[in-house]
Design a protein around this ligand. Sequence first.
Ligand SMILES: Cc1cc2nc3c(=O)[nH]c(=O)nc-3n(C[C@H](O)[C@H](O)[C@H](O)COP(=O)(O)OP(=O)(O)OC[C@H]3O[C@@H](n4cnc5c(N)ncnc54)[C@H](O)[C@@H]3O)c2cc1C
Length: 534
Amino acid sequence: MGTKKRILVLGGGFAGVCAATNLERLLRPDEASIFLINQENYCVYQPLLPEVISGLIGLTDVVCPIRQLCPRTKLIMREVQNIDLVRRVVTVSPGFRPRLLELPFDYLVIALGSVSNFSGTPGMVEHVKPFRTLADAVNLRNHLIHALDEAEIETDADLRRKLLTFVVAGGGFSGVEVVAELCDFVDKVRQNFPRLRNEKGRFVLVHAGDRILPEMSESLALFAHKLLAKRGIEIQLNDRLVGATSEKALLKSGLEIPAKTIVSSVPSSIPLVLHKLDCENEGGRLKVNANLELVGYEGNVWALGDCASITTISGKRTPATAQHATREAKTVSKNIAAAIHGGPSSPFAFEGLGKLGSLGHYSAVAEILGIRISGFPAWLLWRAIYLAKLPSLRQKVRIALDWFFVLLFPPDFVQLRVVRDAGIARQHLEPGEVIFFQGDLGDNVYVIQTGECDVLRETNGSQAHIATLGPGDYFGEMALLNDVTRNATIRARTAMDVLMVSKKDFEALKSSIPAFREVFQRLAQDRSRKTATA
Ligand SMILES: Cc1cc2nc3c(=O)[nH]c(=O)nc-3n(C[C@H](O)[C@H](O)[C@H](O)COP(=O)(O)OP(=O)(O)OC[C@H]3O[C@@H](n4cnc5c(N)ncnc54)[C@H](O)[C@@H]3O)c2cc1C
């Protein structure tokens, strides 16, 4: 047997976590070290995410800590920034210290899912709420409660209508579940707002096809359509959201819907880091062979879940569902174990067991092993199946209790005011503390409010003092302007307070305000000149 292998799993969703748990089972600790890289430390149970909007399920009950799900796997909670398939190295984002981390691998599992992609559609990034992550669900819920609170005190009738209009784009499973939950929630909680008791919300579901739920048979889709329409949800078929402003949704048909809440469950694409990969794509996803190996990198790299384009042995394209992602993970882990043990690889053969979709209000549609069910029995089945599939006992109990409590009590509508990402942050330093080191990545530009710092540069092992900066001076722009690492260390000479402008905000200001860009470019040139002659 060879040396201990390093397996990197990228992504901690259904596909990545399930691959890691199976690898733990199939490989002994002395055969392989398993690393999982994910930007959060939890796995989200996305099928139940729409219920977070209405508060049917508690915020943290739809997530499970990855460390508990795969205890032998080393979790690296960072963002994957680059994948070098030739050198077999993955680069991840900096942590507290602004330095990139490079992780070599023998075997790589790519399971980074998909992301909402609104680029190219005017106003979508600014005014349309995506629905994919836990943060999206929390954000939407907070926005909804805010809109209701504003509608309650608003005297302008037009604005009140906009605040009470909710547009959801995408009539697939997630769009239908989102609009059903929105409608249920608003209907229930508006009883707490005296002025809204007699004012119903307007809910519009926009779908590009000629029927909603294209994943389902026509009869079940029709059942869902009628049920939603009966609840007052307007369904706009053969139309698409093509733009948005802070006041309205713009549809392809030319229709404009005045609304302050626009949600989209489409479109999605693979994460940016995967666009950069030098490999074959199919329909915008990574192309794999029957054994789920990345085409061109067979034997070392596998891709699965929402980011991969997979065809089963019967020739069908697999849909982007959790049901398929978990089965693909089993095939991938078996094939990696086979590669290590020297056995044959097996193809992915799962064709799907069925489809389930909730319509809220104790109703659902289901197609299981060819049998079609709708209404309350389908809803019971939907709940039983999803409860059984939850990854941990703790989560099963908590969600069962959540569902039980809503039978007894009305939904809560507390708005969770989380700390916003401030564009400008502050930092306090004591004498001798280092703001950044030479060689670090450029992550912020700094403005000194009070105190002084020394600029120190190391050349050939010896450190030289370049300058002392004081109140009103700024520094840190060189690395950002030239996209290079820090060329000096900055150490506080006295106690000091600084303002920090993040790289993202600095770039936005630089590209939008020519005078701002010029000031910093001139400063950078002056500094380069001075240090060159120093
Ligand atoms: C609202 C909603 C409802 C759904 N309902 C159902 C349903 O009822 N039934 C069903 O079968 N399926 C459902 N799905 C689909 C299902 O959830 C997905 O198919 C499944 O999650 C795919 O798993 P995955 O592991 O490929 O991707 P994901 O679960 O999306 O996991 C990808 C992981 O990679 C991480 N990641 C991405 N980029 C980076 C990066 N650069 N660095 C580090 N980490 C990164 C993400 O944070 C995430 O944790 C639903 C999806 C949504 C959004």
